[in-house]
Design a protein around this ligand. Sequence first.
Ligand code: VGL
Ligand code: ZN
Length: 195
Amino acid sequence: MKVKVSDVDALIVVDVQNDFMPWGALPVPEGDKVVPILNEYISIFEKKGLPVFFTRDWHPENHISFKGHGGIWPPHCVQNTEGAMFHKDLKMPLDNKFIISKGTSPDFDAYSGFQGTVLESLLRERGVRRVFVGGVATDYCVKNTVLGAIDLGFQAVLLLDAVKGVDANPGDSERAIDLMLSRGAVGVELGDLTT
Ligand code: VGL
Ligand code: ZN
């Protein structure tokens, strides 16, 4: 579906961090494949002067989502470690860019970029009404960020060619995509965008 990028739009790049890459602590298969495509989307938004938000998992060492602390995940994205850094090839704009840290307290986890963060208020301050969302993982943080946006009344556009999932159970990512679309997200690929 063709979508014209307009001045009420923002881009949200979800959790493109080393620990979610194939070499990381909580690897998303082919997670690194989203980087060049995301760079294309970033360039489109940057050229139009539109805001680009980068969420990141930013956990303390004793985070509740970690095995041994009550959770199911291997330790990942621990604050200030190499694993928590963004992929080195991700082209982050110099201006009009925001980093949103989530899951920063030991006792609180957040799959959605809206949970316990200032993302909503930053979007509203800027008059944003529609968010374009890509990154990892399709079946966790991308899904929850898209559904969170919809629940808050934003329109959501899912970047189908710039997401990858964990697929702990086969088909998780596909089911997550179906759910997002059934809840009103619009699925697009790079070629669908007009400026
Ligand atoms: C994520 C599992 C645990 C994600 C974060 O970014 O999708 N998944 N923490
Ligand atoms: Zn996490």
